[in-house]
Design a protein around this ligand. Sequence first.
Ligand code: NCD
Ligand code: ZN
Ligand code: ZN
Length: 441
Amino acid sequence: MPAYLLRSVRPLGGDPVDVVLGGPGAEGTIAQITPPGAAVAPDGDVVEVDGAGLVALPGLVDLHTHLREPGREDAETVRSGTRAAAAGGFTAVHAMANTSPVADTAGVVEQVWRLGEEAGWVDVFPVGAVTVGLDGERLAELGAMADSKARVRVFSDDGKCVHDPVLMRRALEYVKAFDGVIAQHAQEPRLTEGSQMHEGVVSAEIGLAGWPAVAEEAIIARDVLLAEHVGSRLHVCHLSTRGSVEIVRWAKARGIAVTAEATPHHLLLTDDLARGYDPRFKVNPPLRTADDVEAVREGLADGTIDIVATDHAPHPREDKDCEWAAAAFGMTGLETALSVVQETMVDTGRLTWADVARVLSGAPARIGRVADRHGRPIAVGEPANLVLVDPAARRVVDGATQETASANTPLQGREIPGRVVATFLRGRATVFDGAPVEADA
Ligand SMILES: NC(=O)N[C@@H](CC(=O)O)C(=O)O
Ligand SMILES: [Zn+2]
Ligand SMILES: [Zn+2]
C-alpha cells in the first residue's frame, strides 16, 4: 500500500495544508500535517495528490443504511452497498436489521459483520433488531448481539415501529447495561394503515391515502418521555416534520438523552413530487411539505437534529417500476448524501464544512459508539479515514451508473454540487480519482 501525500487540501474547509497518510512506522494513520509545500515525502512508494480546491473531511459515518444481505441480494449486497458507501465518501456504515433472516441473533449480526470485513470497502457495524423477527412481540437477544464479534450497540426494528410501549420501555432499560441505544422508526401503525404519502393538501388532491404528521410525532413524544422515565438513550430515525423537530428540541432542553437524524431527502424534497405518481418518491416517512423541509433544515442548523443519515433503501426494479400503491417504500442515498447536504446546508450558508464533519461523521460515530475508530479529528496519529471532496464540481445523477445495485434514486437526472474525489480507509484509497479501487488493485 503506498503512502499518500495530499498537497494543499483544506481540512474542514479551513486553510490549505499538506497531509501525509501512511509511510514507514505510520501505516494506516495520518503521519504529517504541515504548511503547504512543507510536507516531506516518506520513504518508499508515495502517491502525490494535487489537492488544490479540495476539502478534506473525516470519513463519513452512516448510522442508517440498508444493505439487504442476507435475503434480498437482488436489491443490494454487503459488497455492492459498501462500495456505494465508499463512493459517497463513507468509511463506516451501520447496517439495518430488516434483512431476511432478520438480524435478531448473534449469528446473523456476525455474518453481516464478516461480510463487511471481507468486502473491505468500509467498516460495517450491524444494527440488531429490537424484537424477534421485527414482529414487535418479544425482545430479541440484545445482550448476545452486544457481546458478539459484531459488538452491536445500535438496536432498531427500522421499517417497523416498536409500538408496544411496554416492549419499548423494556428495550430502553435493557440496553443501558451495555451503553446501547434504541433507534426508533416512529410510525404509529393504526394511524398509518394503508398510508401512501404525507397527509395534506396534495394527498387530498391526488387521491392517495395520507400518512399524517401526528403518526410520527405521537411516537416521538411518547418515546422521549419513556427515555426520560427509564434514564436511557433514544435515537429518532429519519425525523421529517416540524412537530417532530419541536418535540426533540423540547426534550433536549429538558435534558433527555435523545438524538435525532434527518435524511438527505427530507432536507431537499417535498410531497409535491407525488403528483406525477412516480414511485421513486415513495418513502417512509413520506416526503413532507416545504414548511417541514424548512423546519428540518433549521433543526439541523441549530443542533436539535444531531446527524444526517442516508436511510439508503435500495429496491429492485420490479418493486419500484409499478403503480404507486403497489411500490415499495424507500430510496437510495449513499452516493448523493454529501452533495445534498452541500446544496441544502453549506451552499445556503447554514452549515460550515466543520459542521458537515460533525453531522456526517463525528456525531454519528459517537451515537453508534464507534468513535474510538471513526469520526475522529484530522490530526497526526489518528486513523487515516478521510474523504476529499471537490465542492466546485457539479454532476448529474444517473441511477444506472451508480455503484449501488438498485436504481431507485429520487434524484435521477438532477444536477447536484460536489464530487467525492478520494476516500481513504485506514490509509488505503477505496476511491481515487472519483472511482472505486478494488483492494487487490
Ligand atoms: N425508508 C423506507 O421507506 N424504507 C426502508 C425502511 C425504513 O427505513 O423505514 C426499507 O427498508 O426499504
Ligand atoms: Zn424507517
Ligand atoms: Zn431505514
